[in-house]
Design a protein around this ligand. Structure first.
Ligand code: G3H
Ligand code: 13P
Ligand code: ZN
Length: 360
């Protein structure tokens, strides 16, 4: 069994200068595709479940599926992470269900739509941090709101994210505030806003620095060299999968994601966790469409699902290789959450330099 915490994995990634894709999971096919790709290239894995995934599959099914994946792939260290937790209760119930890591997204209020102020965000994230660390689980926080610098709009595409327009300042994480937030909350990883958004429609053209503000990462990393940075909305929305999707009856308008080379650039500046959901959804759906259109008499779901799994696995493998995750699984000796809890309690995991300054 190799269930590990996000903190252990990201510390290893920082020490060895690599990044880890965090893939969203809702069902068995995604789980098998991700783990088969990981096993093929010896990569550690972050599996993350959104609140939507938890209600789609159910907590018992998700928990048992994670156990099954661990049993089938014992050599692969696996982090099980709550994506975009909106309340303390969501985060704690995830830990109760075997998650080793939670994201408390206090950038938005509980409705996951209304932008929250700094005090609310730092307060609730710090509270989750204190509780989660007592049992050794890791915590990711988010400062700044995900959304488009082209339009100022948040994305309602997958049902969460603010609605309407926000000004530039809220769409870009402020490095001063980031330093304060990390010191006040003790988060293990910090998600930042730099112009990415969830879903397929991120950019209307190949992004340049004015709409994908990579310099935010560079500035935050310079201030907080020991803080693990997280990039959300990091699907690349590959053109080749858009083509397969559209060639078989799909209707995806012209769109651009985050180029893999920008993600690799981020990794050079402290990005350790790279969130990817849309790419696997798109590739799986494109293969569904292809089979449906080219074999109209087919009605065995496995004939649709197997090509979808192969497509998802090929994207996972490509990201593991591009981010330097490949080859790292066998170098990690899993630490149980109880050991992580002792380390938090003794203060040996924190403080980062900024925490030390804040405490002094
Ligand atoms: O956070 C965004 C992920 O793509 C999860 O989306 O809430 O539709 O599962 P979801
Ligand atoms: P994408 O929609 O770009 O895949 O982002 C997923 C994500 O950030 C999940 O938290
Ligand atoms: Zn996200």
């Amino acid at each position: 069994m190799a269930r590990i915490t996000l903190r252990q994995l990201l510390d290893h990634a920082a020490e060895h200068s690599y990044g880890v894709p965090a893939f969203n999971i809702n069902n068995m096919e995604q789980g098998l595709a991700i783990l088969e790709a990981a096993q093929a290239c010896d990569a550690p894995v972050i599996l993350q479940a959104s609140r939507g995934a938890r209600s789609y599959a159910g907590d018992i099914m998700l928990a048992k599926m994670m156990e099954a994946l661990e049993a089938m792939f014992p050599a692969i260290p696996i982090v099980i992470h709550q994506d975009h937790g909106n309340t303390v209760a969501t985060c704690l119930s995830a830990i109760q269900n075997g998650f080793t890591s939670v994201m408390m997204d206090g950038s938005l209020k509980e409705d996951a739509k209304t932008p929250a102020d700094y005090a609310y965000n730092a307060g609730i994230t710090g509270e989750v941090g204190r509780l989660a660390h007592m049992v050794g689980a890791s915590v990711e926080g988010e400062l700044g709101c995900l959304g488009s610098l082209e339009t100022g709009e948040g994305e309602a595409e997958d049902g969460h994210g603010f609605e309407g327009a926000l000004d530039h300042a809220m769409l870009l994480t402020d490095p001063d505030e980031a330093e304060r937030f990390v010191a006040e909350t003790g988060v293990d990883a910090l998600a930042v806003a730099l112009g990415t958004s969830h879903g397929a429609y991120k950019f209307s053209r190949k992004p340049t620095g004015d709409i994908l503000a990579m310099e935010v990462i560079e500035k935050i990393h310079a201030r907080l060299p020991n803080t693990h940075i997280v990039m959300h909305g990091s699907s690349s929305v590959p053109e080749e999968w858009q083509e397969v999707f559209n060639a078989h009856g799909g209707a995806m308008r012209e769109t651009y994601g985050v180029p893999v080379e920008e993600l690799v650039r981020g990794i050079r500046h402290g990005v350790r966790k790279i969130n990817i959901d849309t790419d696997l959804r798109l590739a799986a759906a494109a293969e569904f469409r292809r089979v449906a259109q080219t074999s109209p008499s087919e009605f065995d779901p496995r004939k649709f699902l197997k090509p979808s799994m192969d497509a998802m696995a090929s994207i996972c493998r490509a990201r593991f290789e591009a981010f330097g995750t490949a080859g790292q699984a066998s170098k990690i000796t899993p630490l149980p959450m109880s050991e992580m809890a002792k380390r938090y309690a003794s203060g040996s995991l924190n403080p980062t330099p900024s925490l030390a300054r804040a405490a002094a």
